[in-house]
Write a protein that binds this ligand. Sequence first.
Ligand SMILES: Nc1nc2c(ncn2[C@@H]2O[C@H](COP(=O)(O)OP(=O)(O)O)[C@@H](O)[C@H]2O)c(=O)[nH]1
Ligand SMILES: Nc1ncnc2c1ncn2[C@@H]1O[C@H](COP(=O)(O)OP(=O)(O)O)[C@@H](O)[C@H]1O
Length: 401
Amino acid sequence: MGEAPAFVVDDLLQNQDGFGSKSNGCKITTTIGDKTYVIGGENDESTLSLEVQIFDEDTGNWATPIVLGAKPSSCKGLSAVSLNDDRILIVKKGSTPDDCIWFLEVDTRFVREQKKIQGTDVVAWSRGARGYAEKPVVISGPSGVGKGTLISMLMKEFPSMFGFSVSHTTRAPRCMEKDGVHYHFTERSVMEQELKDGKFLEHALVHGNLYGTSIEAVEVVTDTGKRCILDIDVQGARSVKASSLEAIFIFICPPSMEELETRLRSRGTETEEQILKRLQNAKKEMEQGQSSGIFDHILYNDNLDECYESLKKLLGLDGAAAATLRSAPQGIDLPADHSVSKMDNKITINCGTAELKKASKNLIVLDVSSLKGGAPGRTRGLDVYAIDSFSDGLNGINQPS
Ligand SMILES: Nc1nc2c(ncn2[C@@H]2O[C@H](COP(=O)(O)OP(=O)(O)O)[C@@H](O)[C@H]2O)c(=O)[nH]1
Ligand SMILES: Nc1ncnc2c1ncn2[C@@H]1O[C@H](COP(=O)(O)OP(=O)(O)O)[C@@H](O)[C@H]1O
């Protein structure tokens, strides 16, 4: 239980926006069930990010929850809409196109899991993204098959599109590996504590060492607007598949076990003992990779260039499609002066500016009927378009964008 924030609910009651949220400039309250979420900063706009407090109507107590995810920066004002009673859509006024739509998850599967782990109130931020282009890519396969090589090729050819999820591991660094770039190399006791603290999306014991993807590792990538690539083992892929992170799962096979051994030996990074352990584990991984139903695609890495072309093809990066996808994801150009309302799965943002009125596109519609993903990571699938408010309601779409 915490203290009541400097701004109290009573202050906020004065500004009713018609759909369950009450605003007071840079703060907003939204009630879901018996809880009221107070989101925002102090009146002096000195706070760097939006804070969250929870008021429990039943007990009359305030709580300061654990807030997961990168927080949105503070802004000139906020609008909020509760969606499905499990998340709150936040529209930031006067923000940049890629920073104006956020979701505060209060009762999603991810948040419920985290509440169990933490044993206290948890909420999680997730930035809204238009369309589906940013689905993370999980790549698995036995040691030495060429996962790292293929990922490097992808990141070299499409540097602005992909970002690597830097895992934690307790194994020792290889001579060319850099801490924070290839892995976060960590002590076992430290990693075990961080696992207890719920900092990891998934983890596994692989070849005798702990490996894990932290929630932050995924968010660091998604916050830059890039598509996240995870190089993780089959156990990790299984955990991710069961989590709220929706991804494309790809398993890489060697042309033969003999060739796998040749590659592993010629890489020259492991001791004889480690090579034998990895080859032993490779057999199990191959079986699971091909029969577990986890993977959407299986690629054979015989000829490297051919395998790379196949990888690009299944990611939609071959030919003309690649040129389109290389452009930055589109944001939403939201004016500082606007109001928000909700009708079914459509949120309408009334942009009362003279410019937009002149262009007869003074309503922006956010269609949230097909949302995917969410914390940890972005909430994808926002459909955004402009309509003329003088035409026949929401059917009067004149300009899909
Ligand atoms: N579950 C899980 N596996 C990981 C993670 N990071 C790396 N791995 C896997 O751990 C295994 C060993 O990785 P590494 O020691 O770098 O050797 P390599 O596979 O020969 O490159 C590989 O199968 C990786 O895909 C992680 O964060 N989680
Ligand atoms: N198709 C291929 N043919 C021959 N050698 C390959 C091929 N793909 C990768 N390699 C080599 O095999 C070794 C292991 O590749 P690497 O990317 O480190 O595997 P992983 O990350 O799966 O452990 C590296 O020396 C790499 O240059």
